[in-house]
Design a protein around this ligand. Structure first.
Ligand SMILES: [Fe+2]
Length: 295
């Protein structure tokens, strides 16, 4: 248990729950580090779909990891925006995995990924309309009922907006949490990327979110815009940039509770010490904010 978790738990009058600390995504390149050594993280996050299997090596690895650290199940294929509803077989597999692993929580993304016949394996953007909000809320309620847990949903990074949009993304997320009781996974890099690509204020985005519903933060890197390409691309393949660290600090200052934070690297995975160094920076910023909140 790190210092700030002990501080929070030792002050019952100011108990701030839940707070899971600071973690990393568990990636294949680091299996040996996590399973054979001791890694200073409070939790690991895994991609749910990699472990939604009957048995075999992936599950053995996940159970080994779970014996050492709390686990978060982070999905990429629920397709919560699908107009034809959710894949019941997928939900059952996810429930089986969650019952087996007992994760801190289960999360996915505000997006759509598939039709009934085809899975794009991409996190595709949704029109931000009342009609889509109804679909998303119905699907979230079904998902939460089926797996028997409240879920977290992550704000996407986006590159296009629809002419029919009726709500800002923060208005959409606010209404979604209010109607379904779900929580938010705030990807600070995604806020930055979308704000730059759509020319809105990242500060307005944070101001408009129901921050009391945020239970986890992702920090990641992106590919900056170039003279030929006036878009930032959410690549998750490099270190967190200074502008995203600044936005993280601003988010921490506004959050009414400490929030679990992790460094999310999905490509060009570096040696583990490099990610732990970034996590130390997040921890230092987070602990500073928590301490001032507890004064
Ligand atoms: Fe993320």
């Amino acid at each position: 248990m790190n210092a700030i978790m002990a501080t929070i738990q030792s002050q019952p009058g100011k108990m701030i729950e839940p707070f899971a600390g600071f973690g990393l995504g568990l990636r294949r390149e680091h299996y040996a580090d996590f399973l054979e050594g001791e890694v200073d993280v409070d939790f690991v996050e895994v991609i749910s779909e990699n472990y939604m299997v009957e048995g075999g090596k992936p599950l053995r690895i996940l159970e080994q990891a779970r014996s050492k650290h709390p686990v978060i199940l982070h999905g990429v294929s629920m397709s919560i925006g699908s107009a034809h509803g959710l894949d019941q077989a997928y939900l059952k597999k996810l429930k089986t995995l969650a019952d087996r692993i007992e994760p801190l929580w289960v999360s996915d993304h505000l997006c759509w990924t598939r039709t009934s016949a085809h899975n794009s394996h991409d996190l595709l953007p949704l029109p931000l309309t009342q009609e889509v909000l109804d679909v998303v809320c119905d699907n979230i309620s079904m998902a939460q009922d089926t797996i028997g847990r409240a879920m977290l949903f992550e704000n996407p990074s986006s590159y296009l907006a629809f002419p029919d949009d009726e709500l800002t993304e923060w208005e959409f997320l606010s209404e979604m949490t209010r109607r379904t009781g779900c929580y938010l996974l705030l990807d600070v890099n995604n806020v930055y990327v979308s704000a730059q690509n759509h020319s809105f204020s990242a500060q307005d985005y944070l101001n408009g979110l129901p921050l009391d519903r945020v239970r986890q933060i992702h920090l990641a890197g992106h590919d900056p815009a170039t003279p030929e390409r006036n878009l930032i691309i959410d690549t998750h393949d490099r270190e967190v940039c200074e502008a995203v660290w600044d936005l993280y600090a601003k988010a921490l200052a506004k959050l009414p509770q400490p929030v679990a934070t992790m460094i999310e690297r999905d490509d060009k995975i570096p040696p583990l010490p490099e990610l732990l160094q970034e996590l130390d920076r997040a921890r230092a910023l987070g602990e500073r904010c928590c301490e001032s909140a507890l004064v």
